[in-house]
Design a protein around this ligand. Structure first.
Ligand code: ADP
Ligand code: MG
Length: 398
C-alpha cells in the first residue's frame, strides 16, 4: 500500500516559504463565488502551515487562459473569499514568478498568506516546462499539494515542482488519498461499485477496471440501457448506445471471468417524455413499449440492490441510477443512497462517492455527510476509478 509524504515530514516550518498548490478554480456568478467547497477544503492546510509560522504562498489556476494573461481569469477576485474563509490576512500579487514575487515574499510576516496570480498565465505551467518550474520553485523552501482535483495533470505546479523541493500532501489531499486507498486500493471485501449516469462511452475504462477489482458491479442510469439492449431487451426510445453492444457484452464476459457479479435492473420506470412529473409506469424488462423511455430503476431492483449492499463492507459510487434531476425519476438514486448512508452510519460499510452529478444527487438525497468520503474532484476521481496513476499523487509517494 502506497504511503505519502505529509506536512509533518517537512519538519519545522517557522519562517519557511511554503508553496501550497490549491484548486481555487471555483464557480463564480456575477463576481461572487457560487460554490466555495474548494476554498474550504484547502483551509485546514493553510491554517496549519500558518500556525507553524510558515510564509504560506498559495498558487492555483483559474479557468483556461492557455498560457496568456487574461484579466478576467485573474485570481485577485479570490483573495477576499480566501481571507474570509481562512480568517487570515491574504495579500495578492499579480504574478506567480519573478523578482517582484521574491521581494514580496521576503517582506511577508511569518504566518501570513500570499496569493499568487494564475499559474496558467504562463504556457510553461501546462507544459510542465523545466525552466518555468524552476522559477516557481525558486520562491519556496517547501511544496505542499492540496489539490486532488488537479492531480491527474502533470503540470509544473502539480508535478514538476515536487521534484525540486521537499514536498508533501496537504491535509485534504491526505484525507482523500486515505479514503480512496481504503475504497479501491486495499479495500475490505466484499466491495460493491455503483456506476450510473448517462452513457457507457464516458465510463468504459471505469467499468473495465472495476470488474477486475470489485465483487459486485451495480449498473444503473442510462448506461444500464446499453447493457440491457445488448442482452436483447427492447429499450424503446430510451437513451442507449446501440453501437456499444459488443463492448457491453465484452464487459459482461470480463465480469464473469473475474468473478464479479454484475447487477442490472430487473424492473424499470418508463415515461413517454423526459419531463418532470411525466406520467410513468414501473414495468418488467419485457414490457417496455416502443415509445417508452427508461428514466429510472424500478423499486424491486432497488430492494435487491440494497440487499446486496447489506452483505458488503466497501462501496464506491459514481453516477446516478436515473434521471434524478427530474422528479419522480430521482427515486432509485435517493433510495439506494439512503440505504448506503444507513449502512455507513451503522459502521458496516465504508462508502466513497464522487462525480459532479453524483455529489449533486447525494446532496439531493440529503445523505452526502453520511458517506465516509465524498470526492469533489471530477476528472481526477474518474481517472483514479479507471486505475490510472495520477502524476501529482505519484510524485508524493514515500
Ligand atoms: P457524474 O457527473 O456523477 O459522473 P454522469 O455525468 O455520468 O454522472 O451522469 C449524470 C447524468 O445521467 C444525469 O444528468 C442524469 O440525468 C443522466 N441519466 C441517468 N439515468 C438516465 C436515464 N435513464 N436516461 C437519461 N439520462 C439519465
Ligand atoms: Mg456529469
Amino acid at each position: 500500500m502506497a504511503t505519502f509524504k505529509n506536512i509533518e515530514s517537512l519538519g519545522a516550518l517557522d519562517g519557511k516559504r511554503v508553496l501550497v498548490r490549491a484548486d481555487l478554480n471555483v464557480p463564480m456568478q456575477d463576481g461572487e463565488v457560487s460554490d466555495d467547497t474548494r476554498i474550504r477544503s484547502v483551509t485546514p492546510t493553510i491554517k496549519a502551515l500558518a500556525a507553524k509560522g510558515a510564509k504560506v504562498i498559495v498558487m492555483s489556476h483559474f479557468g483556461r487562459p492557455k498560457g496568456q494573461v487574461v484579466p478576467d481569469m485573474s485570481l485577485e477576485a479570490l483573495g477576499q473569499p480566501l481571507a474570509n474563509i481562512t480568517r487570515l490576512p491574504v495579500a495578492f500579487i499579480n504574478d506567480c514568478i519573478g523578482d517582484d514575487v521574491t521581494e514580496t515574499i521576503d517582506a511577508m510576516e511569518n504566518g501570513s498568506v500570499l496569493l499568487l496570480e494564475n499559474v496558467r498565465f504562463y504556457p510553461g505551467e501546462e507544459k510542465n516546462d523545466p525552466e518555468f518550474t524552476k522559477l516557481l520553485a525558486a520562491n519556496g523552501d517547501a511544496y505542499v499539494n492540496d489539490a486532488f482535483s488537479c492531480c491527474h495533470r502533470a503540470h509544473a505546479s502539480t508535478e514538476g515542482i515536487a521534484h525540486l523541493l521537499p514536498s508533501a500532501a496537504g491535509l485534504a489531499l491526505e484525507a482523500e488519498l486515505v479514503a480512496l486507498e481504503n475504497a479501491l486500493g486495499t479495500p475490505k471485501h466484499p466491495v460493491a461499485a455503483v456506476v450510473g449516469g448517462a452513457k457507457v462511452s464516458t465510463k468504459l475504462d471505469v467499468l473495465t477496471h472495476l470488474v477486475e477489482k470489485v465483487d459486485h458491479l451495480i449498473i444503473g442510469g442510462g448506461m444500464a440501457n446499453t447493457f440491457l439492449a445488448a442482452q436483447g431487451v427492447d429499450v424503446g426510445k430510451s437513451l442507449c448506445e446501440h453501437d456499444l453492444a459488443d463492448t457491453a457484452r465484452d464487459i459482461l464476459g470480463r465480469a464473469e471471468k473475474a468473478g464479479c457479479t454484475l447487477h442490472l435492473p430487473t424492473d424499470v420506470v418508463v415515461a413517454k417524455e423526459f419531463a418532470a412529473n411525466a406520467e410513468n409506469r414501473t414495468v418488467a424488462l419485457d414490457q417496455v413499449a416502443a415509445d417508452d423511455m427508461i428514466l429510472d430503476v424500478g423499486a424491486a431492483s432497488v430492494a435487491d440492490l440494497s440487499a446486496a449492499l447489506h452483505g458488503c463492507k466497501t462501496l464506491i459510487w459514481n453516477g446516478p441510477m436515473g434521471a434524478f434531476e427530474i422528479e419522480p425519476f430521482d427515486k432509485a438514486t435517493v433510495a439506494l443512497a439512503k440505504a448506503a448512508a444507513e449502512l455507513t452510519d451503522e459502521g458496516s460499510l465504508l462508502s466513497v462517492a464522487g462525480g459532479g452529478d453524483t455529489v449533486a444527487a447525494l446532496n439531493h438525497a440529503g445523505v452526502a455527510e453520511k458517506f465516509t468520503h465524498i470526492s469533489t474532484a471530477g476528472g481526477a476521481f474518474l481517472e483514479w476509478m479507471e486505475g490510472k496513476e495520477l502524476p501529482g499523487v505519484k510524485v508524493l509517494e514515500v
